[in-house]
Ligand binder design. Structure first.
Ligand SMILES: Nc1ncnc2c1ncn2[C@@H]1O[C@H](COP(=O)(O)OP(=O)(O)OP(=O)(O)O)[C@@H](O)[C@H]1O
Length: 458
């Protein structure tokens, strides 16, 4: 096991001091390097890492100005800005020591030192070095995570008039801090648009945090969003920051905001009004600086009418609204989307770049896409995996629902699996994406509906 003081470097021109320090410290340190000549500092620091450096202030004979000490302190910090330097000063030089602290030294000890005092000073300096290292590691981890989290989903595809209008709004609002509400059916690309706004905003180098409000339980809501203190409740083993705090200086995307219960809506509203949060179990208020983007597939205005959604919360989150049209209303986007997903999946499954027959595109444009772009994406992924040809044909999209002349679905053409899928799509669309209501209407539990959604790739 390594000793408490780790690796120490002592630089002093007085050999007696070096010897005394080494004798004392080697019991408490893994390694003690002593050096008479400060000129060796650059060599030593460039070839090794020390947990703490003990540095004399005066080296030339009869000097007391400390000038040399300041010079070497600068040199050390230039080579290693995180170095922990404890200065050795003569009694009466406290004023100089204070100046050295301002110049970047960590602490100082007075000569002649008391052994206990020296050990205590060095041990707290080493602890400081450890926490510097931890902060540095955390910063690096945060940067890595930020770039992971902020990885663009890829391009936002679309050339229909309605999508061009959406792009126009994004261009206008991205660089402001306006709260944005994105409305649209499941799979229309609400999250893609939220990420695009973040990417074009002034906060793009900070995090984009995505919270699915539909999957957070009532009891965990506050701790997930606002964090908690250690011991605030039985499972709170560690102090933890919530999503609001993590998103600080970045963008916070609250997806499925229409699924929040009235009591959670009030809690959210309070935080958005005050722009500060309090961790569960604490009474310290923490200011938050976030750009808020919300999304839902629920009819929020109707929900306000029926007292299911707070009007004041709606007005707080909808400074700018973006309506994403369903894919069936923008069939012009389909050729571009098909091109895009064919490229993505041919690359993913290491296939030569397939082409799509015009008749297949026509078939895709006629379909009503209840699962919107996500369904198109899955349809193409499946077709690319299964296809043995270089050209995707209409038959590669067999599973699509056929409608008769009257626009009704003709069930006789389908197997049981397909009918099940269609029933689920219909129920979800009828209840505007509300899983609980759709499950109830199908006579299923929420869990078994989720299992079926996954099975059918919805
Ligand atoms: N315009 C687009 N360009 C490229 N890809 C898109 C576009 N719109 C949607 N997608 C893709 O479709 C899938 C669904 O998109 P996204 O998750 O953003 O939809 P959503 O509206 O947030 O869905 P949900 O309501 O289910 O959360 C994603 O894989 C996304 O990459």
């Amino acid at each position: 096991m390594s000793k408490e003081l780790g690796k120490i470097l002592i630089i002093d021109d007085n050999e007696d001091i070096l010897l005394a320090a080494k004798m004392l410290l080697k019991k408490h340190a893994d390694f003690v390097q002593v050096e008479k000549n400060p000129g060796k500092i650059p060599f030593l620091l460039n070839n090794d890492t020390y947990d703490v450096i003990l540095l004399d202030m005066n080296f030339s004979k009869d000097t007391t100005s400390g000038k040399e000490g300041f010079h070497w302190l600068d040199q050390i910090l230039e080579i290693d800005p995180n170095a922990v330097v404890v200065l050795i000063t003569a009694y009466g030089d406290v004023e100089m020591a204070v100046r050295a602290l301002r110049a970047g030294a960590t602490d100082f000890v007075l000569k002649p030192w008391q052994n206990e005092k020296l050990l205590a000073t060095l041990s707290s300096a080493v602890r400081l070095k450890k926490s510097y290292k931890e902060v540095e590691n955390l910063k690096q981890a945060k940067n890595q995570l930020t770039s992971e989290i902020n990885k663009p989903f890829g391009e936002v595809i679309g050339n229909s008039d309605s999508m061009l209008r959406v792009f126009n709004i994004i261009n206008k609002v991205a660089s402001t801090d306006a709260n944005i509400l994105i409305l649209g059916e499941n799979g229309t690309g609400k999250e893609v648009i939220a990420r695009a706004i973040h990417q074009q905003s002034l906060r793009k180098d900070n995090v984009f945090i995505n919270v699915d409000m539909g999957s957070i339980t009532e009891s965990l809501f506050e701790s997930e969003l606002f964090g908690h203190k250690k011991g605030a409740f039985t499972d709170a083993k560690e102090e933890r920051a919530g999503r609001f705090e993590i998103a600080n200086e970045g963008s916070l995307f609250l997806d499925e905001i229409g699924n929040l219960s009235m009591s959670l809506q009030s809690k959210l509203l309070t935080v958005l009004q005050r722009r500060e949060i309090t961790r569960v179990g604490s009474n310290k208020q923490i200011p938050i600086d976030i750009r808020l983007i919300c999304a839902t597939n629920m009819p929020l205005y109707e929900m306000v009418e029926s007292n299911e959604f707070r009007q004041d919360l709606l007005y707080r989150i909808n400074t700018v609204e973006i309506h994403l049209p369903p894919l069936r209303d923008r069939a012009e986007d389909i050729p571009q989307l098909v091109d895009h997903f064919v490229k993505v999946y041919c690359k993913k499954y290491r296939k030569p770049l397939l082409r799509t027959a015009p008749a297949a595109i026509k078939k895709l444009q006629k379909y009503h896409w209840p699962g919107n772009v996500r369904e198109l994406q899955h349809a193409l992924e499946r077709a690319i995996i299964m296809s043995d040809n270089e050209l995707l044909q209409p038959t590669d999209f067999q599973f699509l629902v056929h409608k008769n002349e009257q626009g009704e679905v003709d069930l006789s053409e389908y197997d049981l699996e397909t009918v099940e899928k269609m029933m689920i799509q219909k129920a979800i669309s009828r209840y505007s994406g509300n899983i609980s209501k759709a499950a109830k209407s199908l006579g299923l539990t929420r869990a078994s509906l989720y299992r079926r959604l996954e099975k059918h790739g919805l």
